[in-house]
Design a binder for this molecule. Structure first.
Ligand code: MN
Length: 380
């Protein structure tokens, strides 16, 4: 079987357990997330910045359908990361935090600010310096726009090319469609930083009983919760379009990782219809159609979806990136080559290249290209 190489628009790093606690004052360190296993061992209680909730512990040994991932050797050992990617056939990766996904749940301004800074410095030392193939997302406050801009600009100077944002900002703050965030979009456009949303990153909102990733319990819960993450990602994108944020900033690009891609043409239909049929009530008016904005400024990634390539082939939406979700359990580690062959064998080569490399390189022009000898010698 020839090796197929691809960039990944959806990967993660796993922070050391003590990354935040060892750099924070004792008072702030006590507010960072920690999980304590409950009696019986089936659930754990998670404590985060004065809030707590209980959740079921996953059982990674229970697998069906043969498509599940095994734990990658480099999941928390950076020296093993590039060897893992070479084995799997993954060239460049957009790398999101793991622990950092909790930061939108912190309600203490200084905690949000300092944890972002600590994580970003760690990313420079351990990821950016390790290999130019790894493109970590910067982390910023979603509680305070001035803090967010300050850290984003610092990170732009450190070599970051994107900023990770959760699909919903902090529950104490305005949502993404609000003009409160306008200065951040301006500053990010100016700094050439990509807005990198990742699904499943809703903050803990104790006031409304919302725990990260848990909307349903009981029958069907696991699949329903996984399914739901695509919708909150779609909402984040819809807010960026309908509010005019992307229209006002035509050079600002949005990446939405792990939420699939096929929904973009459908969302374009809905936004077009809403914009046209409710035109009298529409504020603000846009200078371009919602579809044009979506198709030109919004990029998305999928891992296994059978329909994503068909959307590119037949619906004209080609800002699609394949993503491995390494090293998370939803990802393709251990079956990346089977997945890539299953998706791309027989697909028009130009379209295959677009999804595996082209869209990624358009978003991140500074990312290194796959060396011709690798691409050539492997029959691609
Ligand atoms: Mn992911």
């Amino acid at each position: 079987m020839n090796k197929i190489w691809s960039n990944s628009g959806d990967s993660h790093f796993i922070e050391p357990d003590d990354l935040w606690s060892k750099h924070l004052s004792k008072e702030l360190a006590e507010l960072t997330p920690r999980a304590v296993k409950d009696p019986g061992g089936l659930t754990e209680t998670v404590y985060v910045d004065g809030q707590s909730f209980q959740r079921r512990l996953p059982n990674p040994t229970q697998r069906e359908f043969g498509e599940a991932s095994s734990r990658a050797p480099g999941f928390n050992d950076f020296t093993q990361r590039i060897p893992d990617q070479d084995d799997e056939g993954i060239w460049c990766e957009l790398v999101f935090p793991s622990l950092g996904m909790w930061a939108a749940s912190f309600k203490t301004r200084e905690l949000v600010k300092q944890t972002a800074r600590i994580t970003n410095d760690f990313s420079v030392d351990e990821i950016i310096r390790l290999s130019p193939r790894l493109l970590p997302t910067a982390q910023v406050s979603t509680l305070d726009v001035d803090d967010a801009i300050e850290e984003m600009q610092r990170c732009a100077g450190l070599g970051f090319t994107s900023v990770f944002l959760p699909v919903v900002p902090h529950p104490m703050q305005e949502d993404w469609q609000h003009m409160y965030w306008e200065p951040l979009w301006s500053a990010m456009e100016e700094a050439n930083m990509v807005v990198a949303f990742h699904v499943g990153t809703e903050p803990v909102d104790m006031a409304n009983g919302q725990v990260i990733g848990v909307w349903f319990r009981g029958n069907g819960g696991a699949v329903l919760n996984y399914n739901e993450t695509t919708f909150t990602g779609q909402r984040a994108v819809a807010k960026m379009v309908a509010s005019g944020a992307l229209d006002r900033h035509p050079n600002l690009k949005v990446m939405l990782s792990e939420g699939g891609s096929t929904w973009v043409p459908f969302l374009a239909d809905r936004l077009e219809e809403g914009y046209r049929q409710h035109y009298m009530s529409v504020r603000p008016k846009l200078s371009r159609s919602p579809r044009e904005i979506l198709y030109s400024q919004v990029y998305t990634s999928f891992q296994h979806d059978q329909s994503a390539i068909i959307a590119a082939q037949h619906m004209g939406y080609t800002n699609i990136l394949w993503g491995s979700d390494y090293p998370h359990l939803e990802g393709t580690y251990g079956h990346t080559q089977e997945t890539l062959h299953g998706l791309f064998d027989g697909v028009d080569e130009a379209l295959s290249q677009r999804i595996r490399f082209g869209a990624f390189e358009e978003l991140f022009p500074s990312a290194p290209k796959l060396p011709a000898n690798l691409a050539g010698s492997l029959g691609q």
